[in-house]
Design a binder for this molecule. Structure first.
Ligand code: ZN
Length: 115
């Protein structure tokens, strides 16, 4: 499942940070989810909660932020937010374009428990 491999990746990086800081437990993990990723945040969180068992991130809270998609029209360069998977420029009705935002799925921050 897509979400589980994403979580594995995110968790790996969060744990690497925790280890770098002397094996501190992770108290919070925050990710940015681009709309073009077609990921269900609830599924991602479920996968996260399952994956952290027995790790330094076992008690970590999972937070996420949705990043809306932003497309630049290939014909007229107008920027717009597509309503679905078919990108049609609202200015000139050309199809397709360049992705400016919304295809990311990144680990934004990791908070370690320093107490
Ligand atoms: Zn256009």
């Amino acid at each position: 499942m897509h979400e589980f491999s994403i979580v594995e990746n995110i968790l790996e990086r969060a744990l690497a940070i925790a280890v770098e800081h002397g094996h501190l437990p992770v108290s919070r993990v925050r990710v940015a989810i681009g709309a073009l990723q077609q990921v269900e945040p609830e599924v991602l969180e479920f996968a996260f909660q399952a994956a952290v068992q027995g790790t330094l991130a076992e008690d970590a809270a999972f937070e996420w932020r949705a990043v809306p998609a932003r497309i630049a029209c290939a014909a007229c360069d107008a920027q717009f937010e597509p309503e679905d998977l078919f990108w049609v420029c609202p200015e000139c009705a050309a199809a397709g374009g360049r992705v400016l935002a919304g295809d990311e799925l990144v680990l934004e921050s990791v908070v370690l428990d320093e107490t």
